[in-house]
Design a protein around this ligand. Structure first.
Ligand code: NAD
Ligand code: TDX
Length: 330
């Protein structure tokens, strides 16, 4: 197997690359990544049987060449941060929608298997007391430029599967955490704020709920779908990890030896989704997938330890990220 991983130098993509490299020692992996501000070649450097092609998924010719030489494609590449999409939506339309179109056309021309990576945010949000969780039948109802472009990319994949017979599967996963996550995202932002001698910053009143999953568990779900998923199907990936943002910050502060209320409340994100929650029973029942990082507090402690030990990895991103937040007033 020669696997092409778009966006494989980003957070989840690079964790997936390391996961596959460990779990499938006879596979060759080609990372295809533009190395935007969110991609980092160090994330995949020095790994046996892993090579990096620096390229844009919107560059039809370069992508075509890479797809032609591989057996299957896992498509992670995207603009991924909601706050950026509220400030500057065009790159999201371009990469997430137009880029996915190019990925689909390339796999169609070469008859390659595709797994498309998406998010639970395509389903919109839930009330805090709603007993329902997202299932593959939940209607799409995205809120932000980010989630609407991810929804658009999913619809393109469904249409290409039905109209052109592209051998595709889709997964929609909940919020990931773990090593190598860009410091613009919630958990690493708070950890690195504390490590920089500042206070965590909670949007609004910190009541919003996210359904946290360790990125390793996302990777094992994707590999199961790639190998054993039914073509044309959508699988939701989640590990029953619902937790309010305030509770996450309190846990982090405690793990880092600070008072649990040593945080700031800052301006809320416009259109801020209240709650996400995933019902992953299709993935569990059909493919026998189980998460291995069920203990969120332990996963957070490991993540704090990783950021403590890897200052040289995150420090270069930190000042520019906080400057962007300064402009947003958050
Ligand atoms: P990330 O921003 O850390 O990584 C994205 C990667 O894509 C980067 O390496 C970047 O350089 C690359 N990229 C961006 N534009 C590109 C282009 N035009 N051509 C080629 N490469 C390009 O994102 P992430 O958090 O690792 O998310 C990866 C995927 O998983 C995305 O599709 C995202 O929507 C999805 N997802 C993320 C989460 C989450 O919690 N972070 C949850 C569910 C789904
Ligand atoms: O400083 C912060 N303070 C804060 O309270 C930041 C950066 C975020 N938040 C809140 C906003 C959200 O309720 O924390 C929650 C998580 O925020 P993000 O890390 O920005 O993630 P979210 O908007 O939930 O989207 C994430 O999960 C789904 C990923 O970024 C997406 O790529 C993925 O699709």
């Amino acid at each position: 197997m020669r696997l092409l991983v778009t966006g494989g130098a980003g957070f989840i993509g690079s964790n997936f690359v390391r996961h596959v490299q460990r779990e499938r020692p006879d596979w060759e992996i080609v990372v295809y990544d533009l190395l935007t501000y969110a991609g980092d070649r160090r994330n995949v450097e020095g790994l046996d049987r892993v090579s990096l092609v620096v390229g844009d998924i919107c560059d039809e010719q370069a992508l075509e060449g890479a797809v032609a030489e591989c057996d299957a494609v896992v498509h992670f590449a995207a603009e991924s941060h909601n706050d950026n999409s509220l400030h500057s939506p065009f790159p999201f339309v371009h990469t997430n929608v137009v880029g996915t179109y190019h990925v689909l056309e390339a796999v169609r021309r070469h008859g390659r298997r595709l797994h498309h990576i998406s998010t639970d945010e395509v389903y919109g949000d839930l009330a805090l007391d709603d007993p329902a969780r997202f299932t593959p039948q939940t209607p799409y109802n995205p809120s932000s430029p980010y989630s609407s472009t991810k929804a658009g990319s999913d619809l393109l994949v469904r249409a290409w599967a039905r109209s052109f017979g592209v051998q595709a599967t889709i997964s929609n996963c909940s919020n990931n955490y773990g090593p190598y996550q860009h410091v613009e995202k919630f958990i690493p932002r708070q950890i690195t704020e504390v490590l920089s001698g500042r206070r965590p910053k909670l949007y609004g009143r910190g009541e919003n709920v996210r359904d946290w999953i360790h990125t390793e568990d996302h990777s094992s779900g994707v590999l199961a779908i790639l190998e054993r998923g039914r073509i044309g199907e959508t699988y939701l990936i989640g590990a029953d990890g619902e937790c309010s943002n305030r509770r996450v910050v309190e846990l982090l502060l405690r793990l880092m030896g600070r008072a649990a209320d040593d945080y700031e409340l800052v301006d809320d994100r416009p259109g801020h989704d209240l709650r996400y929650a995933i019902d992953a029973s299709k993935l569990r029942d059909e493919l026998g997938w189980r998460p291995r990082y069920a203990d969120f507090e332990r996963g957070l402690a490991d993540t704090v330890a990783w950021y403590r030990a890897n200052r040289a990895w995150w420090e270069p991103q930190k000042a520019a990220t906080e400057a962007r937040y300064e402009v947003l007033g958050r």
